[in-house]
Ligand binder design. Structure first.
Ligand code: A3P
Length: 293
C-alpha cells in the first residue's frame, strides 16, 4: 500500500464491526462491482429503483479510499455523479477517510474492501457476514492493467509486459494476490464467510445468486432470481450508470467480462512465469480455481 496508508491501517484494524454488517472482500478486478450490486439488491428487497438512482459507491462504500488509486478513481467517479441525495457523505467524502464515514454510518452497513483479512478487524468473521470473491489471477492482472490505464493518464503508454513484472513482484497496491486469496480460502468453511469464484458467476449466475441468497438468509422466487440475473447481466451492468463508471470511450469499469481473456496478453515467457508464480503456488496451497487444474 502507499506510505500514506500507514496512518489509516491501525484505525481500520481497530474498527468496530457490527453483526448486521455485510463486507465484500476481493482483490481488485475480481468482480467486486458485480457482487456488490447483487448483494445490495438481495439485502434491499430488490429495490431496483433506489439502485438505479444511487451510485453503487455511495450505497456500498469502499473502506480504504485513502490510497492513491481509489482516490484518483474517486475523483473521476465524482465527475459523473453529483446527485448523491441521502447517501451524501457515505464513501463520497473526498478528504475524510472512508473508514471514518463508515464508522458513523447507520446500520445496516455495506462495506467493500480490497484489504486482505489479516489487515481487517480480527473480530470481523466472528461478528459480521463476509463475502469473498476470487478470480483467476491471470485475468485479474489483465483487468487491473486496464484499470491503471484508465485512472492514471500518465500510464497510458504503459505496456502490459511492465505491468505484469510489477504484479509478479508484488509491487502493486493490494498485492500479494495469492496470500490475499489464501487467507480467505483457509476460512472458507467459516459459517460467516461465503467464498466464491468470479468464473462461477460467469458460468451460472442464477445458481450463484441462490447460494448467496441462502448465505444471507434471503428467499426469492425463481422469477425474482431470473429478473435479478437479468439486471446483473454483463450488458445491463455495462449500460448502468450507477454501477459502471466510464472514462472516455475505451476503458470502463465493466470492461469485457470474460474468463480466460489473459491468453491474448501473455507471450510464452509470461505464460511460463505465470505457471511458476500463480499455477504452481495455487496447487501447493490446494486452492481449487475453476479455471486452474
Ligand atoms: P474485465 O476487466 O476482465 O472485463 P471489479 O469490480 O472487482 O473491479 O472487477 C471488474 C471486472 O469484473 C471487470 O473484468 C468487469 O468487466 C467484470 N464484470 C463486472 N460486471 C460483470 C458482469 N455483469 N459480468 C461479467 N463480468 C463483469
Amino acid at each position: 500500500m502507499p506510505g500514506s496508508f500507514k496512518k489509516h491501517a491501525e484505525h481500520i484494524y481497530n474498527m468496530n464491526v457490527r453483526p448486521d454488517d455485510i463486507w465484500v472482500i476481493t482483490f481488485p478486478r475480481s468482480g467486486t462491482t458485480w457482487i456488490q450490486e447483487l448483494i445490495w439488491l438481495l439485502e434491499n428487497d430488490l429495490d431496483y429503483e433506489t439502485a438505479k438512482q444511487t451510485p453503487l459507491f455511495a450505497r456500498f462504500p469502499m473502506l480504504e479510499t485513502t490510497s492513491q488509486i481509489p482516490d484518483v478513481a474517486f475523483e473521476l467517479i465524482k465527475m459523473n455523479f453529483m446527485n448523491l441525495g441521502k447517501f451524501q457523505g457515505l464513501g463520497a467524502a473526498a478528504r475524510v477517510p472512508s473508514w471514518e464515514s463508515i464508522e458513523r454510518a447507520s446500520s445496516p452497513r455495506f462495506i467493500k474492501t480490497h484489504l486482505p483479512l489479516s489487515m481487517l478487524p480480527p473480530r470481523l468473521l466472528s461478528t459480521a457476514r463476509v463475502v469473498y470473491v476470487a478470480r483467476d489471477p491471470r485475468d485479474v492482472v489483465v483487468s487491473y492493467f486496464y484499470l491503471h490505464k484508465m485512472v492514471a493518464r500518465n500510464l497510458c503508454k504503459l505496456h502490459f509486459h511492465h505491468f505484469w513484472e510489477a504484479f509478479r513482484r508484488d509491487l502493486l497496491p493490494w498485492t500479494p494476490i495469492i496470500a490475499h486469496t489464501n487467507e480467505a480460502w483457509v476460512q472458507r468453511h467459516h459459517p460467516n464467510l461465503h467464498f466464491l469464484f468470479y468464473e462461477d458467476l460467469i458460468k451460472d449466475l442464477p445458481k450463484e445468486i441462490k447460494r448467496i441468497s441462502s448465505f444471507l438468509g434471503r428467499n426469492y422466487s425463481e422469477e425474482q432470481t431470473k429478473q435479478l440475473a437479468h439486471h446483473l447481466s454483463f450488458d445491463n451492468l455495462r449500460n448502468n450508470k450507477t454501477v459502471n463508471n466510464t472514462v472516455g470511450d475505451t476503458v470502463q469499469f465493466v470492461r469485457k467480462g470474460e474468463a480466460g481473456g489473459w491468453k491474448e496478453h501473455f507471450d510464452s515467457k509470461m505464460e511460463l512465469q505465470a505457471e511458476e508464480f500463480i499455477v504452481k503456488r495455487l496447487r501447493d496451497l490446494n486452492i481449487k480455481y475453476p479455471t486452474i487444474s
